[in-house]
Design a protein around this ligand. Structure first.
Ligand code: NAD
Length: 251
């Protein structure tokens, strides 16, 4: 593991207690970065921190949809590690799987609050800090193939929230190249985490069987591509919207 531009940098990863976020934290630590691991579930991030070399990760319990909590995870990175250079803006929820005509308004609002407002607040706070530092930085927002092909989301609120992540990501890239900040969005297909359906995870999904790579992704496969985008190896990549889906969008 030796992607350029990650060693000794400070990264923030949200949704760090989840499958994809934890894999991102592990990969960034393996690359020599210091990481602020953010999640709503304190026990999950505490366990992750305990499994990694002492001093490499700090856990911050936060609701990403709350402005003060968001500022707190940025302030923690600055206080403990001296700044923020890398950001995996990854926390998200699937919410309610129901036809739009039957969708509950509280669930719609909740999904938009976590997946869209949370990504917006994170981008805003982190980019302000990066601009203040004058160091530039690299940001990866986790969208979904559901955000670019709504049928794949099987949920209107999730599709809308992830399409908004693509919009936020591209706008942030457009506005911040002049500050040396690169911003990209990843669009995973099915990934082997609690969010995917049990059938898909067990290799029993008829839908997944039709894909060029007929399985869910491992969390490491998502973390690998994210680490590449965060690193200097991807120094000319900004405003990208990248499916990581085993070719699912072709079908
Ligand atoms: N698993 C998939 O199939 C899949 C596919 C496409 C996109 N994604 C996206 O990948 C990202 C990570 O998901 P995952 O698959 O690791 O799922 P996961 O459920 O394993 O992890 C999500 C994490 O986000 C945290 N979280 C939820 N709400 C939060 C909040 N308000 N504040 C802080 N943390 C919060 C959860 O506690 C959890 O640890 C999400 O944005 C998800 O939408 C997942």
């Amino acid at each position: 593991m030796s992607l350029p531009g990650l060693k000794d940098k400070t990264a923030i990863v949200t949704g760090a207690a989840g499958g994809i976020g934890a894999a991102m934290v592990r990969r960034l630590v393996a690359e020599g970065a210091k990481v602020v691991a953010v999640d709503l579930q304190q026990a999950g991030i505490d366990a992750l921190v305990a499994s990694l070399p002492k001093g490499s990760v700090i856990a911050v319990t936060a609701d990403v949809s709350d402005e003060a909590s968001t500022q707190n995870y940025v302030d923690t990175a600055v206080k403990h590690f001296g700044g923020v250079h890398l950001f995996a803006n990854n926390a998200g929820i699937i919410g309610e799987r129901a036809p739009l005509s039957e969708m509950s308004i509280p669930w719609f609002d909740k999904v938009m609050a976590v997946n869209t407002r949370g990504v917006f607040l994170g981008l805003r706070a982190v980019m302000r800090q990066m601009i203040k530092q004058g160091t530039g930085g690299s940001i990866v927002n986790t969208a979904s193939i559901g955000g670019i092909a709504p049928a794949r989301a099987r949920s209107a609120s999730y599709a809308a929230s992830k399409a908004a992540v693509v919009g936020l990501s591209c706008t942030a890239a457009l506005e911040n190249g002049k500050h040396g900040i690169r911003v990209n969005a990843i669009c995973p297909g099915g990934v082997d985490t609690d969010m995917a359906s049990p059938d898909a995870r067990a290799g029993k999904s008829a839908v997944f069987a039709t894909y060029p790579i007929p399985r869910v992704a491992t969390t490491d496969e998502i973390a690998n591509f994210t680490a590449y985008l965060l690193s200097d190896e991807a120094s000319f990549q900004t405003g990208g919207v990248y499916p990581i889906d085993g070719g699912a969008l072709l079908v």
